[in-house]
Design a protein around this ligand. Structure first.
Ligand code: GCO
Ligand code: MN
Ligand code: MN
Length: 392
């Protein structure tokens, strides 16, 4: 067994829709036959994944009878038991069916909003039956092209009403789930409401059950918005709101590519893994590491499993490199060079009149500090050398 082979403690998960993606795109037909959910579970287990996540309709087709649903769920549970795979997260498909073309929770027609709530409560029942403790909300259709169709404040308020309602439903059922909201700036809508993780964090602070709601940031989505993914994740972690994460790869300025984790922007991926693993010294993220990505359209099913193994392997390689980087004495020396514990103590722990006086009378040589080189060129070069494998 190699250092980079996945093990249970790595908490790697994939969605049924990710390794099950048949390679359809807006310009072309599927290139791979559809693989059933139970075979996906077996394939993922063989790759070393810990869990599988799903939308309601990834498992139970839209409109299936109650009997059919129960049979499908029973067979799926048998596949889970056979392989030991878990279902840490579940979600609702509120985007595929034409009924959601104007949105789900934010649609103008109240019957559509009622249908979306109905479908989500059932998806939560399904998730609970499979043991999911995280429920994701990705509002892919919650947006607009013809912006004159509604006051955007109504969309915001409807979204809040829906999440408030569903929190209460979840509590009443005793499901013990946490909600994770996933932002995206556009695609499939021209503009999607609540477009970034920062917007979501503020939105959450207005909810009735704020404590049970966090975020599910995705690499591709923040990069599409032109933002630093690691900075967004760090804000969520600092607020204790990183409940789930969607890992993938994305080129800047493109459509949502959902590429293999670490296949693009290796430096960004390195800094993200370093943050999640806390190798610099901060508290690590301990939730599931979910890959929301799919294989290139050039691949057959063997290529899909290569893709899945690649996501996990690259994560572990980057974790190893982050540990080596933060243990490198030269790196530590550069980062620690500006430490001043006495001054830091004045800046922590809030305001007091004495501290204000002390701060005012501090003799700080701004000219000298301004002249000092910070050696960040060297630091970044060290990062590049660790990443390229010539150091550490
Ligand atoms: C996308 C999204 C989705 C969601 C998924 C789970 O851009 O298509 O990332 O893959 O993550 O629907 O909510
Ligand atoms: Mn996603
Ligand atoms: Mn996405």
């Amino acid at each position: 067994m190699s250092l980079f082979d996945p093990v249970e403690e790595d908490r790697f998960t994939f969605g049924l829709w990710t390794v099950g993606n048949p390679g359809r795109d807006p310009f072309g037909e599927p290139v791979r036959p559809r693989v059933g959910p139970n075979d996906i579970v077996r394939g993922l287990a063989a790759c070393g994944a810990h869990g599988v996540n799903l939308h309601d309709n990834d498992l139970v087709p839209f409109g299936a009878s109650a009997r059919e649903r129960d049979r499908i769920v029973k067979e799926f549970q048998a596949a889970l038991a056979e392989t030991g795979l878990k279902v840490p997260m579940a979600t609702t498909n509120l985007f595929s069916h034409p009924v959601f073309k104007d949105g789900a929770f934010t649609a103008n027609d109240p019957k559509v909003r009622a249908f979306a709530l109905q479908k989500t409560m059932r998806a939560m029942d399904l998730g609970a039956e499979l043991g999911a403790k995280i429920f994701v909300f990705w509002g892919g259709r919650e947006g607009s092209e013809a912006d004159a169709c509604r006051d955007p404040r109504d969309a915001w308020g409807r979204m809040r009403d829906a999440i408030d309602f569903l929190c209460e439903y979840c509590k009443e059922q005793g499901y013990g789930m946490k909600f994770a909201l996933e932002a995206k700036p556009n695609e499939p809508r021209g503009d999607i409401y609540l477009p970034t993780t920062g917007h979501m964090l503020h939105f959450i602070s207005t909810l009735q059950n704020e404590a049970m709601v966090g975020v599910n940031p995705e690499v591709a989505h923040e990069v599409m918005a032109g933002l630093s993914f690691a900075h967004n994740v760090a804000e969520a972690m600092a607020c204790d709101k990183l409940f789930h994460i969607d890992l993938n790869g994305q080129k800047i300025g493109r459509y949502d590519q959902d590429l293999r984790f670490g296949s693009e922007d290796q430096k960004g991926a390195f800094l993200l893994v370093r943050l999640l693993e806390g190798t610099l010294g901060g508290a690590p993220y301990t939730g599931p590491l979910h890959f929301d990505a799919h294989a290139y359209r050039s691949e057959d099913q063997d290529g899909v499993w290569e893709f899945a193994k690649g996501c996990m392997r690259t994560y572990k390689i980057l974790k190893h490199k982050a540990q080596a980087f933060d243990a490198d004495p030269e790196v530590r020396d550069i980062i620690q060079a500006q430490r001043d514990d006495a001054v830091d103590a004045l800046l922590c722990g809030g305001y007091s009149p004495e501290k204000a006086q002390e701060l005012k009378s501090l003799d700080i040589d701004a000219a000298k500090i301004g002249e000092r080189g910070l050696r960040y060129e060297r630091l970044d070069q060290l990062l590049v050398e660790h990443l390229l494998g010539v150091r550490g």
